[in-house]
Design a protein around this ligand. Structure first.
Ligand SMILES: Nc1ncnc2c1ncn2[C@@H]1O[C@H](COP(=O)(O)OP(=O)(O)O)[C@@H](O)[C@H]1O
Ligand SMILES: [Mg+2]
Length: 258
């Protein structure tokens, strides 16, 4: 683990978020350092995605603070957060079905052809965007065929790979993956897990959300457990077991194995 800096890449403190009467997240602290892969686990409805949406700036927390590389985030919004080098693969993937893969890759950061006197009202530089996207996918070992197809024509697994590749390409500091292997086949899952490990080697801070204990145990350095919106566990992966994590998730003691 490359934690030469004492400042966490991501530091969440006392974060709470209610939806009406539902207390989705209750006073959660979370620190992730550069080079670290932290698993965020919990049953359905335990608050994982809500926490992620608050960090990503798409939901406003009711209480608590979020620091990215030491900088307090105020009046946060998704655009501002992305400029800090934080990228999220949301559970819903946030892709636009009618746009092709390259356009989705550059969503919100479209590249224009610079025309003196006309910029910033230039034309979209599709040639550049396509070339860049093709190269980025090839570098990551992601093979999804022609990038000219609208994303709506892709399979669930291919869409997931586009979202993961996009986040990995732009997330220079922190990458949060909310169920990144949910609709993937065996080969694609292997690739995503491998990419996640490589991200940590490149000193990114990674938050990895998954229901698959094998993936969580295999890829993370630390595991944070949420139950009913509260943090109930924060353990180094090498000091725990899938069994202990499942007990924390469900709040039940599974007893001694016979
Ligand atoms: N937009 C929303 N409006 C109302 N309730 C929500 C909304 N999003 C999530 N919730 C509720 O907040 C709780 C936490 O949900 P969520 O963060 O999606 O959990 P997880 O990702 O761990 O499954 C759940 O009770 C869920 O029903
Ligand atoms: Mg979720």
């Amino acid at each position: 683990m490359a934690t030469d800096s004492m400042v966490p890449a991501l530091a969440v403190e006392g974060l709470s978020k209610n939806y009406g009467a539902v207390q989705a997240v209750r006073g959660v602290d979370l620190e992730v350092f550069a080079g670290e892969i932290v698993g965020l686990v919990g049953d359905n409805g335990s608050g994982k995605s809500t926490l992620v949406r608050c960090v990503a700036g798409s939901q406003k927390p009711d209480e608590g603070t979020i620091r990215i590389n030491g900088i307090l985030q105020t009046d946060s919004n998704p655009h501002k957060v992305r400029l800090t080098g934080l990228e999220v693969v949301h559970q819903d993937l946030s892709l636009v079905d009618t746009l092709d893969i390259a356009a989705n890759f550059f969503l919100g950061r479209e590249k224009c052809i610079e025309i003196p006197g006309v910029s910033p009202f230039g034309f979209l530089d599709y040639g550049y965007m396509k070339k860049f996207t093709n190269q980025a996918l090839a570098d990551l070992g992601v093979n999804i065929g022609s990038i000219d197809r609208p994303v709506g024509f892709l399979s669930g697994g291919q869409r997931q790979m586009v979202a993961v590749a996009r986040a990995i390409t732009w997330g220079e500091s922190i990458i949060i993956l909310d169920e990144p292997a949910a609709s993937l086949g065996v080969e694609q899952t292997k690739l995503v897990l491998d990419l996640v490990r490589r991200l940590a080697d490149r000193n990114r801070a990674v938050v990895f959300i998954s229901h698959n204990m094998q993936h969580v145990m295999g890829v993370t350095n630390r595991i944070v457990v949420l139950r009913l919106g509260r943090k109930v566990g924060d353990l180094r992966t090498r000091d725990t077991s899938a069994r202990e994590i499942v007990e924390l998730i469900t709040g039940s003691d599974l007893g001694n194995p016979v």
